[in-house]
Design a protein around this ligand. Structure first.
Ligand SMILES: *Cc1c(COP(=O)(O)O)cnc(C)c1O
Length: 230
């Protein structure tokens, strides 16, 4: 199947999962994860009407996206990977959200560079909720310490949380991981009433239907749209 057929199929599965959980399909956005895939494959998705993408390596954003963003109105790319401080400056002009803020040093660097560019940058805090992945804030304590720093960086705009469930066929650990993210989000809403935590980025090819049932508002799907990565 081509990218268009895959997108149609995914949209239908999203609609069904939303229906099952009593949610409106409009309440769940989809970022097509184009890492390791070519510019031509991204163009196929754009031709099928899909405009939001995500990448996990700074270099791929720099290589593929300047041209795409310049020529396709509405196209946008999020950063979802482990970010090194010296790459922040390169990607900041190109991305419309950094979903993977996972430590205070990177928050500070994004805050400093966004101010230099005078570009307001939406960010998500990445929370570690599953056993396999090491990325993300390990718990509420370290997460809150980072959120407390936001007042020093007026160009950062908190939009919510991101998490990755463990990679397994078992449903329970996946569901537990997503539930933990929602519980922490609820805690954040109470603790920081003036900040926005409305975006919950969770759900990938193997677990997005469970993520929708648990309250995801933003899916990150690669393989089911573009096929296996080389
Ligand atoms: C690769 C990646 C995805 C997409 O994974 P698929 O299983 O291909 O859908 C989602 N989120 C992050 C952070 C990733 O690195």
């Amino acid at each position: 199947m081509g990218v268009k057929e895959n997108l149609d199929d995914i949209r239908e599965r999203i609609a069904k999962a939303c229906h099952r959980s009593g949610r409106s399909p409009d309440s769940v956005a989809l970022a097509a994860v184009s890492k390791f895939h070519s510019r031509d494959e991204i163009l196929e998705a754009l031709q099928a009407g899909h405009v939001l993408f995500a990448e996990n390596r700074a270099q791929e954003i720099v290589d593929k996206f300047p041209d795409i963003l310049a020529h396709h109105a509405g196209a946008a790319v999020h950063f979802i990977g482990s970010l090194q401080r010296n790459k922040v400056k390169k990607i900041l002009p190109l991305v419309s959200c950094i979903q993977s803020v996972d430590r205070r040093e990177i928050l500070a660097e994004i805050g400093k560079e966004a101010a230099a560019l005078q570009k307001t940058m939406p960010i998500l805090f990445e929370l570690h909720t599953g056993e396999d992945s090491k990325a993300g804030f390990a718990g509420e304590q370290s997460l809150f310490e980072a959120i407390d720093l936001l007042s020093e960086y007026p160009y950062l705009r908190c939009s919510g949380l991101m998490t990755m469930a463990p990679f397994t066929r078992e449903e329970k650990p996946i569901r537990d991981s997503f539930r933990k993210a929602i519980a922490v989000r609820d805690e954040c809403v109470k603790r920081y009433p003036s900040l926005d935590f409305s975006c919950i980025s969770m759900g990938m090819t193997n677990d997005f239907e469970i993520a929708i049932e648990e309250g995801s508002t933003l899916l990150r799907i690669g393989t089911a749209i573009f096929g296996e990565r080389a």
